[in-house]
Design a protein around this ligand. Structure first.
Ligand SMILES: [Zn+2]
Length: 655
């Protein structure tokens, strides 16, 4: 455990709340302490309110904020007087508690205070830090967990048996803490949940957290339960032929398309290849259940997993106070000896969060196993968190997902122009996107984000195309949409001076490469949960060719014909193939200033006239083409295939 406190950094944070921000970020940056919105911190500050009364305010982490990136605005200010009185109540339902918290917040527009707010309020210290540290979980999640915790910490911490987060936990802590805390107490361990530390300053509380978690680490090290040896794993097998089938089954079971990201690092593969039942005992800490479900699916029998899940629901739902609505029964983590660890999400970001949670879960499980045997909370406790009324309420409030949520698109020529605009239009609609381009710029053209994979790839190389598809499938699980955009325009040239070499070069990029892509993607598109879609970026030159562009016009015409045949051949497999014919889109890679000038001159126009040389006298931009291509993949065009739609501002020769 490393204390990341840096004196000169810390000086930039002046004031108690600012110091609270600084050390919260220090804890958040250590993913062995907290992950994705887990954990929370607070500070109690005395202040005067608007009418001049003295007030003590608890600034506690608001929901929706992550400790790693939290700012002052991420803390909800709540009146302490009321919180202390709430803590003395005998009973308070969690929805009632959340209402009480919301009505005692002193800043309009502040985030909802954490569900652990009252727990922070009852601890009589200025600064309070709470994490779900891996090392502490590895120790508590064993048969002898409580004894080990007492051995490690003695009287330095108060030990609280597991109770679900919310009002009942806050009450129990209030009672036990008052009864058991002594002069040496610097923390509190919640069995199977996490750890608290506290102090008079942000620095002290944070340092105690590091110190306390460090002791759990040292304990694991002493018992040979820290370093876990992982044997190198065999990585043979291809994802393209197996993962999309699994993704289709999971999507059907979930009732919506999902991203399935496969991880085949040694640690994941070794864990997926274990023949014991450690993975089936339950999550490392109960709140993971919301993302990972109670247990991963072993192997690929989605139906059997769903059946078991339904039984789990039916077994536990009758014990709840109010009626529960069953969540979809699809797995979120899959452990398969060939596919490795697969993580499921409605978006690539969700799948990445599942991955982080389960990667840490594996560490906790393996260390707890080495310490004496991993043990998770009993099923009913996990069910209570998964079906907590606060979580069910969130579910009812959740809006409509984005139109392409859970779907995957591949765009060629994605580094610039129409291709890049297509990537942006698809991302905007919730798709995960694989962008390929001959330029390495494709790797970073939309910045680093979980839902985009940019791959440098020469589409005229079959080998490179297959490798890109393999990488795309491993990252997102399959393919739903294919946008064939990559193309070259070599500039005007009369037929008599057009040599065979140039002709073949244009054909190889604009036509042959697209045959390869369509052929290699066809199996993947057949497995698309909502049906596959292909959009071809054609050209106005197909219906209305111009002199001097023989190779380009011929290549796009042949490509259009290829698309029409594909529409006929693949329609019965639910794959739609449509073509857009743009014209005079000048913000693209093809149109260098030089080519633009030469084409304008060819028609006897200025560059400006040439740009708006259409019926509507409008400029057609990359985004106009991209938006149409994206819509063609959506529900608006659900009954359309084999179509050719111009996006050219109106062309009198086409009309
Ligand atoms: Zn917690």
């Amino acid at each position: 455990m490393k204390n990341r406190w840096n004196e000169s950094e810390a000086e930039k944070y002046q004031g108690e709340l600012a110091q609270r921000v600084y050390t919260s970020r220090l804890l958040g940056a250590d993913h062995t302490l907290v992950l994705h919105g887990g954990g929370n911190t607070s500070v109690k500050i005395k202040t005067k309110n608007a009418v001049g009364d003295d007030e003590e305010i608890l600034y506690v982490k608001g929901s929706g904020w992550d400790l790693e990136t939290i700012a002052e605005g991420g803390f909800a200010p709540v009146r302490m007087t009321h919180l202390k009185r709430l803590a003395r109540l005998e009973v308070l339902s969690d929805p009632q508690m959340m209402n009480e918290l919301a009505t005692q917040v002193t800043r309009a527009g502040a985030p909802a205070p954490s569900v652990e707010t009252i727990l922070h309020a009852i601890l009589p210290y200025k600064f309070v830090d709470h994490t779900h540290a891996d090392a502490v979980l590895a120790v508590t999640n064993t048969a002898d967990g409580e004894r080990s915790i007492r051995e490690i910490y003695g009287n330095d911490v108060v030990v609280i048996p597991y109770v679900m987060p919310g009002f009942d936990l806050a009450r129990l802590c209030a009672k036990k803490f008052a009864a058991e805390a002594g002069p040496s107490t610097i923390g509190m361990v919640l069995l199977n949940h996490g750890i608290f530390s506290f102090g008079d300053t942000a620095r002290e509380s944070c340092a105690r957290m590091i110190e306390l978690v460090g002791r759990a680490e040292a304990y694991l090290k002493q018992r040979g339960a820290w370093e876990i040896a992982i044997a190198p794993q065999d990585r043979s097998g291809n994802m393209r032929s197996e993962l999309p089938i699994l993704r289709k089954d999971i999507s059907r079971c979930a009732g919506f398309p999902v991203i399935v990201s496969s991880y085949r690092d040694d640690a994941s593969l070794a864990f997926a290849r274990r023949d014991d039942d450690v993975s089936q005992r339950g999550p490392a800490t109960p709140d993971h259940v919301l993302r990972t479900k109670r247990v991963p699916m072993r192997g690929r029998n989605v139906e059997a997993f769903a059946e078991t899940y339904k039984q789990y629901f039916e077994r536990n739902a009758p014990n709840a106070k109010e009626r529960k609505q069953m969540l979809d029964p699809a797995p979120r983590v899959i452990l398969d000896p060939v596919l490795g660890m697969c993580c499921v999400g409605r978006s690539a970001k969700e799948a990445a969060i599942v991955r982080d949670l389960y990667a840490h879960t594996m560490d906790v499980i393996l260390r707890a196993e080495a310490l004496g045997g991993y043990r998770a909370l009993p099923e009913p406790d996990i069910f209570d968190v998964e079906y907590w009324d606060l979580e069910q309420a969130k579910l009812r409030k959740a809006g409509k997902p984005a139109v392409f949520a859970g779907e995957v698109a591949l765009v060629t020529g994605a580094a610039s122009g129409i291709g890049k605009a297509c990537v942006e239009s698809l991302l905007k609609r919730g798709a995960a996107v694989v962008g390929v381009d001959i330029s390495a710029e494709v790797e970073s053209c939309v910045g680093a984000r979980a839902d985009y994979l940019g791959l440098q790839c020469d589409v005229t190389s079959e080998k490179a195309v297959v490798e890109a598809l393999e990488a795309g499938v491993q990252t997102f699980g399959g393919l739903d949409m294919l946008i064939l955009n990559a193309g070259i325009f070599p500039g005007g040239k009369a037929i008599e001076s057009l040599d065979g070499k140039e002709w073949r070069r244009v054909m190889s990029v604009n036509l042959d490469a697209n045959l390869t892509l369509m052929r290699e993607c066809s199996t993947l598109l057949r497995l698309a949960p909502n049906g596959g879609r292909i959009v071809i970026i054609g050209s106005k030159n197909v219906p209305a060719p111009g002199p001097g562009a023989a190779a380009y016009s011929a290549s796009k015409a042949a490509l259009t014909q290829l698309a029409r045949v594909a529409a006929l051949e693949w329609g019965s497999s639910g794959i739609r193939v449509n073509t857009v014919h743009p014209n005079a889109v000048f913000d693209t890679g093809i149109w260098t200033d030089e080519v633009l000038k030469s084409r304008a001159a060819h028609y006897g126009m200025s560059v400006e006239e040439y740009k708006r040389n259409n019926v509507l006298r409008t400029e057609v931009r990359s985004t106009d083409v991209a938006e149409l291509a994206a819509e063609m993949c959506g529900p608006l065009f659900a009954k359309t295939t084999g179509a050719q739609v111009p996006v050219d501002g109106g062309n009198d020769r086409v009309i």
